[in-house]
Design a protein around this ligand. Structure first.
Ligand code: SF4
Length: 432
């Protein structure tokens, strides 16, 4: 059963009398377990839908859907599948206590992998899940592989019952499913030979593996399970060497790069970051692969949209890892706008100095950077620090924090999104 949370006014469902709270039971005789069933079973043109209205009345809708028209219901979010692993490097295990509850939820859900690109290990999928993935063609899936040698993977995921990932991927690939894979690389555990064997196994799956991202282990000062070594410049360089070897082969044999190192690896090893062309369709940008290149490209493309801002003093808050890359972007912005920019590079006060990503800065860091700065006309903060509910990771509310600061503060993804509007008199100097 799935429950309706909202009915779009004027939609087919609205006309049928479906209301919020209606339980949708079956479609063409097949029971509904979640949004995937609803999505795929209602793709037919002729539908018989059994439902229970909020007053308990059971009803059967028979309809022929006009071509291209949507049914117009939104469903309550599914119960997310929990992770059965206990990875030493799990970022969630590295969260401090006392944060809001949803942050501690370790999801590992192939349905969210298909629907939203969340990475899943597939270690909790059952036979019926495999059957659904194949029947509904849930492709591409985003898979946390970490290692393909089975024993190494058991250790990495800290779970003796993990299924053999190569067997799983092989079976799904035979049914036409494709994958974007990631490996979080932990020095001494899945670098070196394990990394090489894993890339070999994934390569052997042919076109089914669309891309592989190698991401360095990310620890906070609270990563209490972790017993390994932190990632350093030497290890990061060795991983990038493997990336280069495999991308050379992939380019020669398949015409695309196939394997990518995350931005963090380039920053750690102090190697120059590739440009935007390197990343093709940026299929793993959410994983920190190509984010810097995308930002650079966006700034270059958007410079012409910027107005002159002479006399303005603009603060730019960022994390330690982006701090080193910002000056080249700031120089371009200065040249184009005439404004004076000040870079405010902040250490992460919640997760500790090993967490250097700008997007993980918390409200307290923004306050520390900007409180008392009456000399600034406006400030930009990383938009990724705020979730859809307007909260920072430390539960500070952006709108409340903004009120306490002496200048207008704008969350920004790429400078252009905010500065292009600064020339417009009705927006200038007003927080969004
Ligand atoms: S798979 Fe590992 S890293 Fe991912 S949520 Fe589970 S324990 Fe954490």
């Amino acid at each position: 059963m799935v429950r309706v949370s909202r009915v779009l006014p004027g939609s087919i469902s609205d006309e049928m009398g479906v209301v919020a709270g209606t339980e949708l039971l079956t479609v063409n005789g097949r029971p509904l377990a979640d949004f995937l069933d609803w999505e795929f079973l209602t793709a037919e043109d002729e539908l018989v839908i059994e439902a229970r209205l909020p007053d308990g009345q059971e009803i059967v809708y028979e309809l022929e859907r006009p071509e291209g028209e949507v049914l117009g219901v939104e469903l309550e979010p599914p119960t997310v599948r929990r992770c059965a692993n206990k990875c030493e490097f799990c970022f969630i295990e590295g969260l401090p206590q006392g944060l809001r509850k949803p942050l501690y939820m370790r999801d590992d859900d192939y349905r969210l992998s298909f629907a939203y690109g969340n990475f899943a290990t597939l270690s909790n999928v059952k036979e019926r899940d495999i059957a659904r993935i194949l029947e509904y063609r849930l492709s591409p899936l985003y898979v946390s592989v970490h290692a393909t040698p089975h024993e190494a993977r058991k250790v990495l995921l800290n779970n003796p019952r993990v299924p053999d990932i190569v067997a799983q991927l092989t079976r799904l690939a035979a049914g036409g499913i494709q994958f974007h894979c990631q490996m979080v690389v932990v020095p001494g555990m899945n670098d070196g030979d394990v990394l090489e064997a894993s890339l070999r196994d994934l390569w052997a799956l042919g076109d089914a593996v669309l891309s592989v991202a190698l991401v360095p282990v990310g620890l906070t000062q609270f990563s209490h399970l972790y017993t390994g070594k932190p990632m350093d410049a030497v290890n990061a360089g060795l991983i990038l060497d493997a990336v280069e070897r495999w991308e050379e082969r992939a380019l020669a044999e398949r015409g695309d790069r196939w394997v990518f190192g995350s931005d963090e690896l380039y920053l750690l090893s102090e190697r120059p970051l590739p440009n935007a062309e390197h990343y093709g369709d940026f299929s793993q940008i959410e994983n920190g692969v190509g984010a810097v290149a995308a930002l650079r490209a966006r700034v270059s493309e958007g410079l012409d949209e910027l107005p002159r801002l002479e006399g303005k003093r603009i603060g730019v808050v960022t994390g330690v890892s982006m701090g080193a890359l910002m000056p080249e972007l700031i120089d371009k912005l200065t040249e184009r706008t005439g404004a004076s920019f000040e870079l405010l590079i902040m250490e992460n006060s919640l997760f500790g100095p090993t967490t250097t990503t700008a997007g993980l800065l918390v409200g307290a860091d923004i306050r520390r950077a900007l409180a008392g700065r009456h000399d600034l006309d406006l400030a930009l903060i990383p938009a990724e620090t705020i979730n859809d509910d307007g909260l920072f990771l430390d539960d500070e509310r952006f709108v409340a924090l903004r009120e306490t600061l002496p200048m207008p503060v704008f969350p920004s993804y790429d400078f252009i999104d905010v500065l292009a509007l600064e020339g417009e008199p009705h927006l200038s100097g007003h927080a969004a």
